[in-house]
Design a protein around this ligand. Structure first.
Ligand SMILES: [Zn+2]
Length: 544
């Protein structure tokens, strides 16, 4: 069997026993050995490959919280505030105002043949546009005959036009729903908050979750985005995973040149906890090397910048009413009890500190009556947790995946509008996680923010907001701790740390190939480290 040895300028292994090396030997998609050429000679005939001789290798980056729709969304029109890169690496301009959003959507409408086909935008972020909320009349200017739906950057709110409201059966008086604000005319304004309120309108504009998570174009685009970011394993953190969707995922990820290992989590929504646990168990045997099934995602509350997260006293800084329970506490407890009994792992989205407290209470109650050895239940986002809550996580054996990118994208808004100066500084408390010994990772939640773990690491190291303010300096972590969080840390949250996350004998041959050394460029330039591409399962993928 052929063995390839890659020589590199430096290999940053993230294995504390042998942190640095110059050569790595790969056989059958796995790492045979790491060290000097001399160290590897004992393995028999080796083929020396010099293509990375001037590059730096580190473990393939692991995105512990992303969504496959980050690929699928590229079918639609980007409406976000910041410039982004598409799967081909081209820059797509952001929209600095509501007028600009309407203009970019109108431009797309102008080239569509069918006057009644739905038009979808994504990445919309009106928190940058002042107090006025977008309403259906704004989007009627894009199209009066076709349904128009614009997904907010948070993924928790959808704005629609009048035609979409009508087709969803929502253009009527007398609606009483906390997620459906009404205008002075007694009709919905077109803003739909939370999965419940969005549901019928998502179907009308063609944004159903099963499509978003199994679209062949989307799976391929997601793979391209990953290679550009140095990512070799990524989650699809809230999938529906019907039989046809799983077939499609198995098929595409199994192709000889598909560059990404995907870990989809089954979202508990529209089914009982018992059905979700049974489904997760039934899916487990369909796992392959490139597709890992059998985990569950629960969403406890909404988003902080959308004011749909559940906060403890004193609530939102601007006086907005408290957010929503997406999954009621009783259902969370049932899911935990059943999953622990069957050895199924659950990741739970909490944003507000009341949601985090609720989850800690439920897990503690369940663990009091039934054992859960190495359950590795993970809190996802967990943005507003305080130190006492981290101590409870530690005591309960939980891990956490913090949303470090939030400092950059919404840190200024958190300080000024959502939670105020003090609580904004404790958000995504990486330092507290380290100090309390809670295993942690950091994430992008792509497509909420772009898939780019080195940028995410930069956010955790520098905690800079978009306006250049350092928000919560004491919560900064060092570069090595941040690199560990986006490799071994994320692998741990998926119970894959024995397979991936570091470069050492026996693990998968997954490498992130870099032009620059992330430990030498300086903390403030970590986000500028150039990614050449990846090696995944021993196969080489160039980003360019
Ligand atoms: Zn998410």
């Amino acid at each position: 069997m052929p063995t390839t040895v890659y020589r590199a300028r430096r290999i940053l292994t993230l294995n504390p026993s042998r942190p640095d090396a110059t050569h790595v030997a790969v056989r059958e998609g796995r790492i045979l050995g790491v060290g000097s050429l001399e160290d590897l000679a004992g393995w028999g005939p080796l083929e020396l490959d010099e293509r990375f001789a001037d590059k730096v290798l580190m473990p393939g980056l692991v995105e512990g919280h992303s969504h496959l729709m980050a690929g699928t969304f590229w079918r639609f029109t980007y409406c976000g505030y910041f410039d982004v890169r598409d799967p081909q690496g081209r820059t797509v301009d952001g929209s600095p105002s509501l007028e600009a959003v309407v203009a970019v959507l109108s431009a797309r409408a102008a080239v569509m043949d069918d006057p009644v086909a739905p038009l979808v935008g994504w990445g919309f972020d009106p928190i940058y546009f002042g107090q006025r909320r977008c309403n259906r009349h704004d989007l009627d200017r894009v199209g009066a005959t076709r349904p128009v739906g614009v997904m907010h950057a948070s993924g928790h709110i959808l704005n629609v036009n009048t035609a979409a409201l009508e087709q969803a059966g929502l253009l009527r008086a007398g609606i009483e729903h906390p997620g459906i604000p009404l205008g002075p005319d007694g009709l919905p304004t077109g803003e739909l908050k939370g999965p419940d309120a969005m549901g019928p309108a998502l179907a009308v504009v063609g944004l159903n979750r099963s499509f978003l998570g199994s679209d062949e174009f989307g799976i391929r685009a997601f793979g391209q985005l990953a290679v550009r970011a140095g990512v070799t394993t990524a989650t699809d953190l809230a999938a529906t995973l019907g039989d046809g969707e799983v077939d499609e995922l198995v098929r595409v990820t199994g192709e000889a040149d598909y560059p990404l290992r995907i870990v989809p989590l089954l979202r508990l929504i529209g089914m009982t906890p018992a059905d979700a646990v049974q489904r997760a168990l039934a899916l487990r045997p369909r796992s392959t090397e490139q597709l890992h099934l059998g985990r569950i995602k629960v969403v406890a509350d909404g988003s902080i910048q959308g004011f749909s997260a559940r906060l403890r006293w004193p609530g939102y800084y601007n006086g907005a009413p408290n957010g929503l329970w997406y999954t009621p506490p009783e259902t969370v407890r049932q899911a935990y009890a059943l999953a622990l009994a069957q050895g199924v792992q659950i990741h739970t989205h909490t944003n507000g500190d009341e949601a985090t407290e609720m989850v800690l209470d439920q897990l503690e109650a369940v663990l009091r009556t039934q054992p859960g050895p190495d359950h590795r239940f993970i809190l996802q986002h967990c943005q507003l947790a305080d130190a006492a809550q981290f101590r409870r996580m530690k005591a309960l054996g939980m891990g956490v995946n913090l949303f470090a990118n939030h400092h950059f994208y919404w840190g200024d808004q958190h300080r000024d509008v959502t939670v105020g100066p003090e609580r904004a500084e404790r958000m995504n408390a990486c330092r507290t996680a380290l100090d309390t010994g809670v295993p942690f990772s950091i994430h992008s939640d792509a497509p909420i923010t772009p898939l780019a773990p080195l940028f995410t690491a930069w956010c955790a190291v520098n905690r800079l907001t978009a306006s250049g303010r350092v928000l919560g300096a004491p919560q900064r972590i060092n570069v090595m701790d941040a690199l560990r969080a986006v490799t071994l840390g994320a692998a741990w949250t998926l119970k894959l740390d024995g397979e991936i996350g570091s470069i050492e004998c026996g693990k998968r041959a997954d490498f992130c190939v870099l032009e620059d050394d992330p430990t030498e460029v300086g903390a403030e330039r970590l986000k500028d480290v150039r990614v050449w591409g990846t090696v995944q399962g021993g196969r080489v993928f160039a980003a360019a």
